[in-house]
Design a protein around this ligand. Structure first.
Ligand code: ZN
Length: 405
């Protein structure tokens, strides 16, 4: 019923526009005051609850002029939102077939047609229209770039996505009030661009182009100095290249960028500190991180260091005292595993019970999502840098509850 109402309103609006326009431009035409029979037929379809036929008659019946243009566009947009992209495309193409359409309105119709193509998955066609608009339309340039950015992101064309993002950012020294710092999705363009550089770096690194990959990661950090992903990737890249001091330098940025990502930095940090034979320095660093930003993964990392340096009794005491304050499943599993020592004895009874408990806990933890998007709540077992739910970048965080962490 709501759709029928919308269509009825749109019909009335266009018909009035058509009638007024026709009366004004063709004073001598005695039939000018009448509406075309196609209009009535369309209205009949509408009243019969068959809007599909109504739209077809509407498209073929009513002329486009400056008074009716906005309504034509609105009707096309309603159809697109309803998923009837083919019809939306016909309406917007119909507008573009009018050579006398003012330039600004022509560009608006172009933009809507590009949106229809995106809705229909015809990204090549949308891209061509949007690139034309970037060149030709001052009014639609930024919004066209935002759509292009979205197209290139969905096609993993990172260099082109970066190019559009770069153009959308305010130029240094210039106040571009019309330039949106926020993308259509609502997320900052600079934040997105940092992730595009990270994606590009991964591709470059996979093809053996380490120098270019490093440059891309440095640019990611220039775009968004708070991008923990870029610091993590740079650390991993330097560690793989044997530059362990540089790796540690990059990975140490994570704490000030976003301590929630510290657990991701632990394995590469261990690798680099081990390579430099400075494991004691890492133990001190992790311990200070745990004091400032307590979390289960850091607690387990500190327990591992205590186990190595002071033995299992000290590690068990440390875990038991921390878990008494903030219980967590992963922490409990770690404690049970420490308890399981020594593994090979001739007294299987208690060891078996603990093994069973540890196996069950393991399965319980495995079945639960460990990460959640803090923007839309989408959850996953693994860390995702791009949220499939809300299309935001870098919004996944470890789920911090005693039930899952
Ligand atoms: Zn999300």
């Amino acid at each position: 019923m709501n759709d029928a109402l919308v269509f009825a309103l749109l019909f009335s609006a266009v018909a009035c526009g058509w009638w007024l326009g026709r009366r004004g431009s063709a004073r001598l035409n005695s039939t000018a005051a009448g509406l075309p029979s196609q209009y009535y037929r369309g209205l009949n379809y509408l009243l019969d609850g068959r809007p599909d036929g109504a739209i077809d008659h509407f498209i073929s019946a009513l002329e486009v002029n400056s008074e009716t243009l906005e309504t034509h566009i609105a009707l096309g947009n309603v159809l697109r939102r309803r998923g009837e992209v083919d019809r939306a495309i016909r309406i917007h193409q119909n507008l573009l077939a009018r050579p006398d359409l003012p330039r600004v309105q022509m560009h608006l119709a172009h933009l809507e047609l590009a949106r229809d193509y995106i809705g229909a998955g015809l990204l090549d066609r949308a891209e061509r229209l949007l690139l034309d608009l970037v060149t030709e339309s001052d009014e639609q340039r930024d919004v066209s770039r935002q759509h292009l950015l979205e197209i290139y992101r969905s096609e993993s064309e990172w260099a082109q996505a970066i190019e559009q993002a770069q153009a959308l950012l305010p130029r240094k020294g210039l106040l571009r009030s019309a330039s949106p710092e926020l993308h259509l999705s609502g997320q900052s363009v600079a934040v997105q661009m940092a992730h595009f550089y990270c994606e590009l770096a991964l591709e470059l690194s996979a093809s053996g182009n380490i120098d270019e990959a490093r440059k891309a990661l440095v640019r990611a950090l220039e775009s968004d100095s708070g991008c923990a992903r870029a610091a993590l990737e740079l650390g991993k890249l330097e560690a793989a290249a044997g530059n362990h001091k540089r790796a540690i330098e990059a990975l140490s940025r994570v704490e000030s960028q976003d301590p929630d990502f510290l657990p991701e930095a632990i394995p590469p940090l261990r690798e680099s500190y081990r390579a430099l034979a400075e494991e004691q320095a890492l133990a001190e660093y992790l311990s200070s991180c745990f004091d400032k930003h307590p979390s289960t993964p850091l607690m387990i990392a500190v327990a591992d260091d205590i186990l190595r340096d002071r033995g299992s009794d000290a590690a068990r005491d440390f875990l038991a005292s921390r878990l008494a304050r903030v219980p967590s499943l992963r922490g409990l599993l770690k404690l049970i595993r420490l308890q399981q020592k020594p593994p090979a004895t001739d007294t299987p009874e208690p060891t078996d019970s603990l093994s069973m408990l540890s196996m069950l806990l393991d399965r319980l933890i495995e079945e639960r999502p460990a990460y959640r998007c803090e923007h839309c709540g989408f959850s996953a077992k693994h860390l995702l840098w791009f949220c499939p739910g809300c299309k935001y970048w870098g919004t996944f965080r470890t789920i911090r509850t005693t039930q899952t962490e």
